[in-house]
Design a protein around this ligand. Structure first.
Ligand code: PMP
Length: 357
């Protein structure tokens, strides 16, 4: 695969932030992007790195009308020796191809895309911040571009990767969040697209998320769409409960996103000899465990926050306070381990990190 490179002119280059720590998430993008086109039956063509710029899209592009759109979210980390670490990037692209399959979109060639991503990171390496806790967020995206209004899979797509420096998620320590248990709306349903990372899932989640925010909660805890009984996941995170000496997280039943951080958490906890169960859990069981003093910790897992302790769950008008509203020991240990591996401060005994320099 040949990647053509068109460097941004000095006048096209943007000012880099002086202090990446104060950056709001997802507003500022680097100088370049990696772009590939797809045309049926030829396949992926025109691999290129070009200055970051608007895409030209036909108003009849099928992705806009019928929602063939998907994305991924991963990060690159600046190590103390100035090299760059990618964390489980291939796993994100494997998940991207599963999302593509669900929406009748073409699979990417993971080797080609990894090569394009690494080249982009090298060209825009000055955009990878180095102050503690900062990182570079990577957003691979694909959508249908064929101008056509009949409902069927598109024959043309664009895939691209854009990157943005992000500040530390936790500027004032790992403060537990308050979550609202949503028992009316659902983000997805059995047989739907819940385990795919597709834009439509997020559109479907916004109304409940806004409602929760208006009531002073950070995130929504989703329940199953049939009975509003079984716990699924939180906003943009998977969820874990420490009940007694067991760590419990909902199984990958097709409704929830198979989070990379979820998988890392399970593997680390098992390596530490802890009891981890992927099993269905009802919101009522959680409330009872809290009342009995058995609910020790609750935390979300995701690329952005890594581990996000939950201090309060609001369900049917009642507040359930967890671990006295404080960060639990296990949440802290897991956070330290994952972040340590990501930044190269702790040994990568899991084989998750790819160091590029
Ligand atoms: N669930 C949803 C709905 C998400 O958007 C995310 C963030 N990608 C996660 C879970 C966590 O996944 P990951 O650990 O791969 O970031």
């Amino acid at each position: 695969m040949n990647i053509s490179i068109l460097h941004a002119l000095p006048t096209q280059k943007k000012l880099k932030p002086e202090n990446a720590n104060n950056l709001p998430f997802g507003d500022l993008f680097s100088d370049h992007m990696f772009v590939v086109d797809y045309e049926y039956p030829v396949g992926w063509i025109n691999h290129r790195i070009v200055p970051y710029s608007p895409l030209s899209i036909d108003p009849a592009a099928m992705g806009i009308h019928y929602g063939q759109e998907l994305f991924e979210g991963l990060k690159a980390y600046r190590r103390k020796d100035n090299k760059i670490n990618l964390f489980r990037a291939r796993d994100n692209f494997i998940r991207l191809n599963r999302s593509a399959d669900r929406l009748c979109m073409p699979a990417i060639d993971i080797d080609d895309v990894m090569q394009g991503l690494k080249k982009l990171l090298m060209i825009d390496q000055d955009w990878i911040p180095s102050s503690p806790g900062t990182s570079l967020y990577i957003r691979p995206t694909m959508f249908a571009t064929e101008p056509h209004l009949g409902v069927r899979p598109s024959k043309k797509y664009v895939f691209y990767v854009i990157i943005c420096p992000v500040g530390a998620y936790y500027k004032e320590g790992l403060n537990p969040v308050k979550i609202y248990v949503e028992d009316i709306y659902a983000r997805t349903f059995k047989g739907g697209t819940g385990d795919a990372k597709v834009g439509g899932n997020y559109a479907a989640s916004l109304l409940a998320a806004e409602k929760a925010k208006d009531r002073g909660f950070t995130q929504v805890l989703w329940l199953d769409s049939c009975e509003h009984k079984y716990i699924e996941e939180v906003g943009t995170m998977n969820i874990f409960f420490v009940i007694g000496d067991e760590i419990i997280t909902p199984p990958l039943d097709g409704n929830i996103l198979p989070g990379i951080t979820r998988d890392s958490t399970i593997k680390i906890a098992k390596k530490w000899g802890l009891k981890v169960k992927e099993q269905k859990l009802t919101i009522d069981e959680v409330v009872v465990a809290a009342k009995n003093g058995m609910l020790k910790e609750v935390f979300g897992t995701g690329t952005a926050a890594v581990i996000s302790p939950v201090g309060l769950i609001h369900y049917k008008g009642e507040d359930v306070v967890i671990a006295g509203g404080k960060m639990g020991d296990l949440s802290q240990r897991l956070y330290d381990e994952i972040v340590g591996v990501q930044y190269g401060d702790r040994p990568d005994v899991y084989g998750w990190v790819e160091c590029i320099d």
